[in-house]
Design a protein. Sequence first.
Length: 137
Amino acid sequence: MLKVPCLHTGILSTLSKCGHGDKILIADGNYPLHSNTNDNVERVYLNLTTGLPLVTDVLKVIDQMIAVEKLEVMVPEGGTRPEIFEEFNAIVSSVETLDELGRYEFYEACKAENVKLAIATGEDRIYANVLLTVGVV
């Protein structure tokens, strides 16, 4: 039996193929995963029910498995900063600041060919989407 923080075979397989500069999307339950990711991305639907799992639960596990170089988030119009952004910073200590993108800019970033993994969660907080860039160990 594996003794790693993640046992999901699809996630493990895709992470093992990622290199420096590849990206991973962890999306809230409202994110249109199928229409706003590229055709070759590995889509994992973990959204069991509302609130399970949370984006932060998945982020904690992924952060233990890869080096994270950058975090990009979707910001609402009007400049309000969702509270979950502070949680992202607390979980991923290797990144000091979040790169903030508007909604449509974030959608376009998630359609890029270097986005290799997209994980849907049951997160019900809005704007709780995070795009991680794989770094170097």
